[in-house]
Structure formats: C-alpha cells, structure tokens
Design a protein around this ligand. Sequence first.
Ligand code: MN
Length: 168
Amino acid sequence: MEIKTTIKATAFVMLIAGAIAATSCNNNKNQNKMNENNTSLFPKGEKLSNDWFSGNAFLQTLLARDKNNDFALGSVTFEAGARTHWHTHPKGQVLIITEGEGFYQEKGKPAQRIKKGDVVNIPENVEHWHGATANTKMVHIALTNYEGEQNVTWLKPVTDEEFSEVNK
Ligand code: MN
C-alpha cells in the first residue's frame, strides 16, 4: 500500500516536471520566434514619399554613391500592402531580400514571389515594381546603379487592382 502511494507520488512529480519542461520549451520556441520577427538586420530608416511608393515604405541608406562605388545602397522596408510605383533603372538594380515575402513584377509578365535569401538582378530600362504582399512585410537591400546623375525613372502607381490581381 505504501509502495503504491510512493509510485503514484513519483508519477505525479514526473508528470508535473514534464509539464514544466514542455512549457519552458514552448517559451524558448516563442522567444526564438519573437527574436526572429523583431530583429531586423538594419534599422527601418525614414518613411519614403507616397509620390513614388504606395503605403508605408521606409529607407535606411547604407552607402551613398562615392568615387569608387557608382551605386546607391539601401535597406528598404515595405509594410504589408506597400510597394514601389512602376519604374525603370538606367543601369539596372540588384535586390537582396533580407526579411519576409513580397513580389517583383516586370511589365507584361506574371509577378514573381520573392522571399528572404532571394536575389533579383533587374536589367536596365525594364519597367517593374517591387514590394510586400497584401499581408506580409518584405525587406530588401537595393543596389541601384547610376548613369550620370540618374539611377531611377518613376512612372505610374501600381493600382489596387493590379496589386490585388498578383495577390490572388
Ligand atoms: Mn527597382
């Protein structure tokens, strides 16, 4: 009788210990997930003008053009729903996606889904846009080459209709 009680008590203690271990494991998982979600590679920077961007997009300049580097380098954060207007680059642009998921679309072609780790090599004078999806943010580093004093020509906004079409 006494042995049985001891076994029961031991089983109970093990059960509690197991529950605590499981809880603490979940907490660690949540903590890791939170760190992953809250720690961006670069600061968000300054909000970009709605003259050229729809929704909330931000730029952190990483490098300005200088005597050796004939390009601008920046980290662009697109909140869900944010995107560039249609535009071209006279000497092309490279995007390195560092966080989240979004779209890259060239005029007349289906949009491509882009995500963390992807690299997009955009040719010169090709009309395109890039941005977040309707419900996920996207962050990319943009390396934008110059031709003379110019590295971009802005065109029309990506309409809500065009944007919802690619999000279907
Ligand atoms: Mn571009």
